[in-house]
Design a protein around this ligand. Sequence first.
Ligand SMILES: C[S@@+](CC[C@H](N)C(=O)[O-])C[C@H]1O[C@@H](n2cnc3c(N)ncnc32)[C@H](O)[C@@H]1O
Length: 311
Amino acid sequence: MLFQAAAAPYGRDPLSVGGMTQDSPPAAHDHGAHSVHQHGPDHDADGQAEILELDAEVLAEHIASITAWLPVTASPRHIVDLGCGTGTGTLALLKRFPEAEVTAVDTSASHLHRLLEKSKAEGVADRVHTVRADLDAAWPDLGTPELVWASASMHHMADPGRALCQVHDTLAPGGLFAVVELADFPRFLPPDAPEERPGLEERCHDALDQQHAEHVPHRGADWGPRLTAAGFAIDGERTITVNIGPPHTEAVGRYALSSLRRMRGSVDQVLTAEDLTALDQLLDTGSPHSILRRDDLTVRTERTAWAARRT
Ligand SMILES: C[S@@+](CC[C@H](N)C(=O)[O-])C[C@H]1O[C@@H](n2cnc3c(N)ncnc32)[C@H](O)[C@@H]1O
């Protein structure tokens, strides 16, 4: 079966990988003297953006606790955010390091556009530079940052070892590389839910894991040894366990709905008809079984951060 990355909650648009025709215009707000790699259309960027923004909203405190933990030796002035998406890390880093500017890099013009809109709304647009580039291709000139941040993006690289070496060569001597990764997507339902098909969410994850093992093989990797192999010294590793609710906020309901909705596109060929019916009822916001009507939702997930120094 074909992998439908567009339907995976944090998946990458396969149409944009190495796309050499420019069907969509470059981000209107890109600035800085950086190269812009050509890509295909931002297929499904809105769907992914919705999840990324809910992620930012629901997990804001957890993300802030990771930026607070970073073992920087001096406050960085130039930070690079690789695979920045819609700017969750960029904005958190700008808050954490008020004297810094961030160069935010992504393949998606649409994500970069959202990032700039959000940075304008927060009054920090003058501290943000966007670069549209495919990090699987020739790297753009990113200057000599003291801190590079890559959250949930390194596992998307076709050759992560090459990307880690590129970061090593890009960083200022003594600079820090923060890799944040998730082994798995969040769980929202209790294990015995829904009543008519207990364990449904876990079966969806199992189906998704099978696809990811084939198509996103670096997800869930131990990045410590990889970073060491690329020449870094590991300064710290930290795993954050997220366990929110119940009760839950309205944003958690939307986060659960969006995540399961996107997951459905990847698992519909694998689930039994009974499971699919139960999943559709959860996703039907007009149904009495809608996930939005449940009062037992949680957010259960883990994020691991590695702090690696260029010695
Ligand atoms: C799961 S999202 C994470 C976004 C953001 N770092 C965050 O934590 O919210 C992965 C991001 O990496 C970007 N990405 C994936 N492969 C890429 C590549 N080869 N070059 C540049 N960006 C890439 C995607 O467009 C997407 O925005």
